[in-house]
Design a protein. Structure first.
Length: 250
């Protein structure tokens, strides 16, 4: 890999970190970029988790400092997600890389449709009653979301926000904080599995993480001030290009 690609990784990580902290979908940029750099889909999928881990450490701590996240009450939904993520990661390390690439392409195409036709779906504040203790249905839902996240990080933030905002009644800012924490916790377990199967390109992952961490800090500041719509057009262009690349092979 050429030396200047590592600087590009930091830049992509910066943008991805901002997007992930403000809403969701940063891996739509980082994961395809890793694939474009020549990493097989399974290695890219694992390597991306290194950046996600460090990004979410910064993001959760920043939300905690803003008094948005409280570990004593906001940890519960991470438990079923961790169990699901372990199962998903175990499946991911065994799947054929070419098949995984096609799956990623289809997921990205779906997310592209969501962004185009429902641009504000995850940006509107929802009003609802938040239960201090999740229901059995909520535990089950977050188990399957965790399973998907362990398998492919791509787009899991949208699922988590949907579950937290529409299913649990959190406002978007609070949901963003809990989302980052859930992903942080299950990513620790997923990375252990990927390390065991030697599927992480550490240099690429750490360079990407440098950008993601800074982006997460900036993204939390933007989130507190409001506004995550700026990323929409960038995502549409990138998703369209990468979907064509992965599914059509152009």
């Amino acid at each position: 890999m050429e030396w200047y690609y590592y600087f590009a990784l930091v830049g992509v990580g910066l943008v991805a970190g901002i997007i992930n902290a403000m809403a969701a979908g940063g891996s739509m940029l980082s994961l395809p970029f890793l694939i474009f750099l020549g990493l097989p889909a399974n290695i890219a999928n694992a390597t991306n988790r290194v950046a996600i881990l460090f990004q979410n450490i910064v993001g959760v701590n920043s939300f905690r400092q803003e008094k948005i996240f409280d570990l004593k009450t906001d940890y519960r939904l991470a438990l079923p997600a961790v169990v699901g993520a372990i199962i998903g990661a175990l499946f991911a390390v065994e799947i054929d890389p070419q098949l995984l690439e096609k799956i990623i392409g289809f997921v990205m195409f779906f997310m592209l449709l969501v962004i185009i036709f429902k641009p504000d779906a995850w940006l509107k504040k929802q009003v609802g009653v938040v239960n201090s203790k999740p229901s059995l249905i909520q535990y089950i839902v977050f188990f399957f979301i965790g399973m998907y996240g362990g398998f492919i990080q791509l787009g899991v933030g949208f699922l988590l926000l949907g579950g937290l905002v529409l299913g649990c009644g959190y406002d978007l800012v609070k949901a963003n904080a809990i989302k980052l924490f859930i992903v942080l916790v299950y990513t620790i377990f997923a990375i252990v599995i990927f390390i065991f199967h030697d599927q992480i390109d550490w240099l690429s992952g750490l360079m990407l993480a440098c950008g993601n961490m800074l982006g997460a800090w900036i993204g939390v500041k933007f989130t507190m001030k409001g506004g995550a719509k700026l990323v929409r057009y960038v995502l549409i262009v990138v998703l369209a290009l990468i979907t064509v690349k992965l599914l059509v092979g152009l």
